[in-house]
Ligand binder design. Structure first.
Ligand SMILES: [Zn+2]
Length: 347
């Protein structure tokens, strides 16, 4: 059996001090009672969190329960802070990257890392990529837009070029999505209903700008199964055949197979649909741990939905850019693992 590698998990440092001299949107973490904390942004509680966001031991024990052997750690998306002044964003990225590196160091055979850079200042971001690389991370996380700049914008080309050259992947996560005003309902719908639409917008931006064709070795991971992208690819293909091509030299559905997709779709039929649309070789297990929206038992879900298992670890290594030694955590420690092994030994 292949290792279960959860490519989509988030962290928040337990110590992220308020910095009154910095921008008012500088995020901080206020520890409250017990293992709880609040992420503060602009003087307000952005999100209540708990120690699972930073505590390695808690994560490891949850991974046993979740059947996960390795988590890939990435920043809580709001902390990407693409709206901060560049000095603040660069400083914050250093803090976040150091935190992720420290967590990995506690259990290097059970964690890998995706860091962040000051994406709103591309020359700085390109320089920071070198630090990300030196920490041994697999890549960086960015939002679905950089404070309003579309991901297909020419401004971002040097970032993609540098990431490709350094063998670093790009994890695209929905952030401050477009369209909330069309729903006219609670902003809580952002994470459930609007994130998948936002991811589709960002991926269409990348496709239309020909990013996959210009950077054929660049690895781009789309959150939440690519959101709505798989559903609109046939329509985009038809448009392409009619001459609506943007900078695409090949059908969008073909370019879309160059992206990577996590399995956070909750419904086996939806995951099968994704696999039919883009193939299985770029599908990687993900959960969104530790947040409420997370998909539990992500490895078991992916296996049940697609009827395959062994490919997922290799797919994950493919996105991570290298193989990892993975200490088999879940199956060694799970209560029912012994009976599975025992029945195998007998049979
Ligand atoms: Zn996420």
């Amino acid at each position: 059996m292949g290792a279960v590698i959860d490519i989509h998990t988030h962290i928040v440092p337990s110590r992220l001090a308020a910095e009154p001299s910095r921008d008012r949107r500088w995020p901080s973490v206020e520890l409250t009672a017990g293992d709880n904390a609040a992420v503060m942004i602009g003087g307000k509680v952005f999100r209540k969190i708990d120690a699972r966001s930073w505590d390695v031991d808690k994560r490891l024990s949850d991974m046993v329960e979740d059947g996960t052997d390795m988590q890939v750690l990435s920043p809580m998306p709001e902390l990407l802070s693409h709206w901060l002044p560049a000095d603040d964003a660069e400083f914050l990225a250093d803090i976040m990257n150091d935190e992720i590196a420290a967590m990995i160091a506690r259990a290097p055979d059970n964690f890998a890392g995706i860091g962040m850079v000051c994406a709103q200042d591309v020359p700085r971001a390109v320089r920071q990529l070198q630090k990300v690389k030196s920490l041994g991370f697999a890549g960086i996380e960015i939002g679905t837009h950089i404070n309003g700049t579309a991901l297909g914008s020419d401004v971002l080309l040097p970032l993609y070029e540098a990431a490709e050259a350094l063998n670093l992947g790009i994890f695209v996560h929905p952030l401050h999505p477009a369209g909330l005003e069309r729903i006219g309902a609670s902003p809580e719908f952002a994470a459930t209903a609007v994130f998948p639409l936002e991811t589709a917008l960002a991926s269409v931006s990348l496709l239309a700008a020909g990013i996959t064709e210009r950077f054929p070795r660049l690895r781009v991971l789309l959150s939440h199964g690519g959101g709505a992208l798989p559903w609109i690819l046939p329509r985009m293909d038809y448009g392409w055949s009619l001459g609506l091509k943007g900078q695409m030299t090949q059908p969008p559905s073909k370019s879309a197979r160059q992206f990577w997709y996590d399995t956070i779709l909750y419904d086996p039929a939806s995951l099968s649909f994704l696999a039919n649309a883009v193939g299985t070789d770029h599908i990687v297990v993900g959960s969104d741990y530790p947040f409420a929206i997370r998909q539990k038992q992500p490895g078991a879900f992916a296996k049940a939905a697609l009827g395959i298992e062994a490919v997922f670890a290799n797919n994950a290594f493919g996105f991570l850019g290298r193989t990892h030694n993975v200490k088999p955590l879940a199956r060694l420690s799970a209560p029912n693992a012994v009976s599975v092994q025992g029945s195998r030994a007998r049979g």
